[in-house]
Design a protein around this ligand. Structure first.
Ligand code: FAD
Ligand code: SIN
Length: 559
């Protein structure tokens, strides 16, 4: 990677002492399921500020359709859910983390129900759905296919009524603050930008990064516009290790209509009996996997990709005609389809895969601690080892609420004056001043929209469902070139900062994909088509280290 990727510690020049100062015990960056649960829990013991870069509800969480996976049926078990998670994770899941999150799932769901989450019911029981890779019906859902919207409503409702918690929307975090610029320096909060208040320093003893994923880096994505990889990029600049970046999950079924947004068609639709058909209206999944349309998503996505390539057509079809009462069970999807005059009771739905879930992220321990003192990461911004090389459907909201709560709880450790942080016994007036100096670039203007769309197209064509060493290497060279005239600029609004973050994250993902000379889970290489023992490890990348730190996978499952 070009040295400019590692040399820029901050996106902008600043003198902390000259900016407005805000103080808190815990700063949470992100208002999705992970950030809100972390903030609500942290407010039990501390003064908390939560920020989000847009409206509070503008999150991936709010777009979730299928639901939350948890062991809620007495006939189901932690063992079974763990086994399904490990199978989907293709040898890269850390088993103890998976078991711990799954064990805590039922309590997390009970807490949400106590807070007013309106789960769909079948008579008096929670109605549980089935999704790909699950051997049992264990997906709690809300308003049919609007689980995320209801979860976000419930958590925001709780957060606004929580004492000690301040919520700042439209507040963009540019960078995490560390007193030193080398990796290892502790985190003391963030520099933020608000359209009305401008730049501000938010000093915090503990910072919880819950900024979501990187879906927007790919041209085809199910994600909302907020998913621009700001968290991993900020974390990398601050010296945190990022792990397993090669693993981006592609969802098999998004609506593929020219010019339309790639709306997700939930896996739960296949769970209710919908089938995948090729151009000749024949099923192709039974020949690929025993679970056919409900095989793990990496397998279904690749099968669709290969069918499309073989046929020379832009998409395959989802046949939802076998699904009973489609419009009642999936009202949101039915409404989306109606906009294009597609009636799922009669018509086939054109579908194709799209970038969906960012498995890699800041490497954290089982309580969400990163390797930067004072910095925690949760939700899609983090990598806990739970998802391995491929996330099992609906396990991410589960992870967000379970580990969000854990992070909120353990962040209390940073309040102690003996804690391993930059504050020590510093008074509340704040620690030493932080200065960022960046020379003004003498290169010309940049067409940001063009850089962003070129990046997204490049990632989709070369770093998506099928990859090869030579193309990954070409992309690395191209990103090095783009970085020289994109990362030297100083922007004064979020679109510029997001584009710089996307380029950094895209380069890091490409480097990890290039390093991983194997195919495993959702990382498929044409030149290394099998998993290898040598790569059955977590690859951790830290600023200024040109080679990754390798960690073993902690599991008893042989692969
Ligand atoms: P998000 O919910 O994405 O929240 C990120 C937050 O960070 C936002 O508030 C954003 O404003 C903020 N932020 C980002 N950058 C900055 C910055 N620089 N400064 C300030 N704030 C910032 N998972 C399931 O388990 N079940 C499902 O059914 C399901 N369906 C899905 C359907 C769709 C269409 C999509 C896109 C995802 C789905 N997922 C599902 C995945 C799941 O929604 C996400 O993994 C999860 O919601 C991530 O939660 P989060 O709290 O980590 O991040
Ligand atoms: C879906 O509803 O298919 C998405 C579920 C998920 O991403 O976990």
């Amino acid at each position: 990677m070009h040295e400019i990727f590692d040399n820029r510690r901050y996106l902008i020049p600043f003198r902390s002492a000259l900016l407005p100062q805000i103080f808190t015990d815990v700063l949470v960056i992100g208002s999705g399921a992970a950030g809100l649960t972390a903030a609500i829990e942290a407010a039990e013991h501390s003064d908390v500020i939560l920020i989000s870069k847009g409206e509070l509800a503008a999150t991936n969480t709010a777009w979730a359709q299928g639901g939350i996976a948890a062991v809620l049926d007495p006939a189901d078990s932690t063992d079974s859910h763990t086994a399904d998670t490990l199978t989907a994770g293709a040898g890269l899941c850390d088993e103890a983390t998976a078991r711990r999150v799954i064990e805590q799932g039922p309590d997390a769901i009970r807490r949400l129900l106590d807070w007013g989450l309106r789960a769909d019911k079948d008579n008096d029981h929670i109605d549980l759905a089935r999704e790909g890779g699950h051997s049992a019906r264990r997906i709690l859902h809300c308003e049919g296919d609007a689980t995320g919207r209801e979860l976000e409503r419930c958590l925001i409702d709780r957060a606004v009524r929580t004492r000690n918690l301040r919520l700042f929307d439209h507040c963009f975090a540019l960078d995490l603050i560390t007193p030193g610029s080398e990796p290892g320096s502790p985190c003391m909060g963030a520099i933020t930008h608000h359209p009305r208040f401008g730049l501000q320093m938010i000093w915090a003893r503990a910072t919880i990064l819950a900024s979501g994923g990187a879906g927007m880096i790919w041209r085809e994505t199910t994600n909302p516009p907020v998913a621009t990889a700001d968290g991993p990029a900020m974390g990398y600049r601050a010296g945190a290790s990022l792990a397993d970046l090669a693993f981006m999950q592609f969802h098999p079924t998004t609506l593929y209509v020219a010019g339309a947004q790639r709306k997700l068609i939930s896996e739960a639709v296949r769970g209710e009996g919908a089938l995948l058909l090729d151009e000749s209206h024949r099923r192709f999944m039974p020949a690929v996997h025993d679970l056919a349309e409900l095989a793990p998503r990496d397998i279904v996505s690749r099968a669709i990709h290969e069918t499309v390539a073989r046929q020379g057509t832009p998409h395959v079809y989802l046949d939802a005609r076998p699904v009973k009462n489609f419009a009642q069970r999936f009202p949101g999807i039915a409404a989306d389809l109606a906009q294009y005059e597609i009636n799922p009771a009669k018509d086939l739905i054109p579908v194709n895969p799209a970038a969906h879930y960012t498995i890699g992220g800041l490497w954290v321990d089982a309580d969400a601690r990163s390797d930067v003192p004072g910095l925690y990461a949760v939700g899609e911004a983090a990598c806990t080892g739970l998802h391995g090389a491929n996330r099992l459907a609906s396990n991410s909201l589960l992870e967000a609420v379970v580990l969000g709560t854990a992070a909120g709880r353990v962040s209390q450790e940073m309040r102690s004056d003996t804690a391993d942080n930059a504050w020590g016994t510093a008074p509340r007036s704040g620690p030493a001043s932080v200065i960022s100096d960046i020379p003004i670039s003498d290169q010309g203007e940049l067409d940001l929209t063009d850089v962003r769309s070129s990046l997204r197209s490049t990632m989709w064509r070369n770093v998506a469902i099928h990859r090869s060493g030579s193309k990954l290497s070409d992309v690395q060279d191209m990103f090095d070139f783009w970085a020289r005239y994109t990362l030297d600029k100083i922007f004064d609004e979020p679109a510029g900062w997001e584009t710089q973050n996307m380029l950094l994250a895209g380069a890091l993902i490409t480097r990890s994909a290039s390093w991983r000379t194997e195919s495993r889970g959702c990382h498929a290489r044409a030149d290394f088509s099998e998993p290898t023992d040598a790569c059955r490890v977590h690859d951790l990348w830290r600023r200024t280290n040109p080679t990754p730190t390798i960690l073993p996978v902690l599991t008893s499952v042989p692969v």
